[in-house]
Design a protein around this ligand. Structure first.
Ligand SMILES: Nc1ncnc2c1ncn2[C@@H]1O[C@H](COP(=O)(O)OP(=O)(O)OP(=O)(O)O)[C@@H](O)[C@H]1O
Ligand SMILES: [Mg+2]
Length: 371
């Protein structure tokens, strides 16, 4: 079934994707497969993405699948009429993204459950899949993004708590995620007590900005996943960012909350007192139920209220999102149709950043007399 004599990058990618597809269509999680084969989940993920050079891991995975599900399990991927075949999402081709200055984005919302973590994780991964080098910094003591993205057996020397509280070097805390081009600065449960620990230590909200500065030469994007409270952590993130993006669900209460939350966030863009680089990237509406009047009305109301600040792409409601974190999986691994939502938002982010850069360089040229 598999030739190991010729095993170039293309062959690895194709075989890895077939193995991944079979596992997912049989409901075999990375964790379960890792346990059966005595490998780490990170290795399983790398095999799925064609990143392991040695053929033996591919071989043992293929053997395990045929032993468990029968010789014809590979027909699943080779039969073009099989309805599952359409679900394979190929890795997007590397686009060799242009070199650009590192963009730091805070993802924040006033309320818990506004889809901050789901959005941060998927946007980070969408950008990483396009070839950008991405770092996700998890500032939430729930550790949802950390646990979603990194190998559970990964040992953590330091976490974002050590960075924020003690000023430790963030580079020492960064670990690889299970996905190519995406690293994580993990959170720890202690982080939720940081607000009281930092109380009265004026000016410490500016420290994170200086600490992450050296990381900017290693990454194209740094994204912060924040807790819901407007506390020391989110203020530190806003002081370190050049963009803030607000996800919201389309419920009436959340939309009302947006009106009061936006000025509170933009307060930190005050050039004299706070962060002159901070700009509003926009609002992403999430959990939009397809073909409902409420969703359409909410979208129309948001469009009138926030105009260009509203992203054109929305994230639709799907029960799949509730299952993904547990399987350490992403929507891109499951369904090309649903993947378009976050891929679309990631594309709009790139457009908005590029447009802003063009405007800034035009303004710069004009203010220097066109020289
Ligand atoms: N598009 C979607 N469709 C359906 N459910 C979703 C969608 N996006 C996120 N969810 C679910 O909504 C819940 C809240 O999402 P998430 O954890 O991302 O929000 P959060 O703002 O980070 O929450 P917290 O404030 O607790 O950190 C989760 O159960 C998640 O699986
Ligand atoms: Mg969260």
């Amino acid at each position: 079934m598999m030739s190991t004599a010729v095993f170039d990058q293309e062959a690895r990618h194709e075989l890895g994707e077939n193995l991944k597809f079979i596992c997912q269509s049989k409901g075999l999680s990375q964790k379960a497969l890792a346990k059966a084969l005595h490998l780490s989940t990170a290795t399983i993920s790398k095999v799925w993405h064609g990143q392991v050079i040695k053929p033996t891991h591919y071989q043992s995975m293929a053997e395990y699948l045929t032993q468990t599900f029968g010789e014809d399990v590979f027909d699943l991927v080779s039969d073009p009429d099989d309805e599952h075949t359409a679900e394979v999402v190929p890795l997007e081709p590397r686009q060799n993204p242009p070199a650009m200055e590192c963009q730091v984005i805070t993802i924040a919302a006033r309320k818990g459950g506004a889809t901050k973590t789901t959005t941060t994780v998927h946007l980070s991964a969408a950008l990483a899949r396009q070839g950008y080098r991405v770092l996700l910094i998890d500032l939430d003591g729930q550790k949802d993004a950390t646990e979603w993205l990194i190998d559970p057996e990964q040992e953590l020397a330091l976490t974002a708590d050590n960075v924020l509280r003690d000023g430790q070097d963030p580079a020492l805390a960064i670990v690889p995620s299970l996905h190519e081009n995406l690293d994580v600065l993990p959170a720890s449960a202690q982080m939720d007590s940081i607000e009281s620990a930092m109380a009265g230590q004026w000016g410490m909200e500016r420290r994170l900005s200086g600490l992450i500065e050296p990381l900017k030469s290693s990454y194209d994007f740094i994204l912060f996943d924040c807790p819901a409270a407007m506390d020391f952590r989110i203020v530190s993130a806003l002081m370190s960012s050049n963009w803030v993006l607000i996800p919201t669900t389309a419920s009436t209460l959340d939309l009302k909350g947006l009106i009061s939350f936006i000025p509170r966030v933009l307060h930190f863009a005050d050039p004299i007192r706070f962060n002159p680089k901070l700009q509003f990237l926009g609002i992403v509406v999430s959990r939009v139920k397809r073909n409902t009047l409420l969703a359409r009305d909410a979208q129309q109301w948001l469009g009138e209220e926030f105009e260009d600040l509203l992203f054109d792409h929305v994230i639709h409601e799907s029960t799949r999102y509730q299952e993904l974190a547990g399987y350490q999986s992403l929507i891109f691994d499951h369904d090309p149709e649903w993947s378009k939502d976050y891929q679309g938002v990631a594309g709009e982010i790139l457009d908005r950043i590029n447009n802003s850069n063009v405007k800034q360089s035009q303004a710069h040229t004009t203010s220097h007399g066109g020289q």
